[in-house]
Design a protein around this ligand. Sequence first.
Ligand code: SAM
Ligand code: SF4
Length: 367
Amino acid sequence: MSEMSKLDILGWLRESDPVRLQELYERADAVRKTHVGDAVHLRGLIEISSYCVRQCMYCGLRRGNRSLTRYRMTREEIFDCVHMAEKLGYGTVVMQAGEDDLLTAEWIAEIVRAIKRETRLAVTLSLGERRQDELQLWREAGADRYLLRFETSDKELFRLIHPGRNGDRPDRLALLRELKRLGYEAGGGVMVGIPGQSFQSLAQDVLTFCEMDLDMIGIGPYIAHAATPLGSGALCPPIDPAEQVPSNEEMVYKMIALTRIVRQDANIPSTTALATINKADGRKQGLRVGANVVMPNLTQTKYRRLYEIYPDKACIEESAVSCSQCLGGQIHSLGRFVGRGPGGRGVNEAPVSVSPDVDVQLVQLQE
Ligand code: SAM
Ligand code: SF4
């Protein structure tokens, strides 16, 4: 791990000189190249249910959003996506959902077992704050990784924007420690520019990534959703305006770069939220400043628009195949290559081909 003090991190987060920022990005890109190489790993995202019992103040899937039509995939629909992941040559599938009690622990475990039995895919779960015995069951069923962002390390802000389920106080950092103890590769992360989020707390987020020794770190912009208390302005966490972190691309790039510098071998995605606020170039720019993972969407097009965490999400009209082709092209245009296999933490994969478009052609052949 490379050392950076909180003061250094704060200085970079407030930096606005484009020449200095370019230096930061180049440094992060060099660390990325040395420690995880030029491979970009594709994790196929399957949004298996939009039902959620929680009331997170920022998220469009919150239970209180009655305007959203909800869906839950059948086992067959999930397997259609899994088979598409294989066909497209992905190494991992990520099953993500709201906190949906009807996704019972045994039902999920059976699906995980079947994926592990029938394919060579790594399985990542992102199903919210579930009980320890459920997390253990899924790990025993063969799940490799679990994503659970802690959203912000500011405890007071987290308490305001992320109410507990039965009046309890959720502790995502404790859950992440438990996931690591169970042998998962554990992924945390934060949103950037949450109303009430200070530069100090964002600097602390970067230090928390190190303290927790996270295997995967997801960083995306907070995007206001009008059907949520935070997005509509009904909830307005108090903060000195000079301390408020803006929710813009540059802040996200700085955070990705700083995170790469201090957590050299972590897997860091260039997120869909980043691609949403800059549809033309956000995903590529994230890969230029330290990211080494992207998560193409495998969810059936009829469900994508219903998984509305925030408005105007990128890639909701594209099919799984066109997402794959588009991303393959973007990756090659950066002089990088699509990683093969599961791409766990610390894997520095040699290129299997140097010819541009080879991966895109491969996908076309497999169709
Ligand atoms: N329910 C699971 C959970 O909460 O971990 C997984 C699904 S949840 C929609 C995945 C992530 O979406 C959250 O961890 C949060 O960081 C992100 N998210 C939710 N609302 C958002 C918003 N308005 N803007 C940007 N990201 C958001
Ligand atoms: Fe539900 Fe996750 Fe959205 Fe919270 S962030 S409302 S737990 S889907």
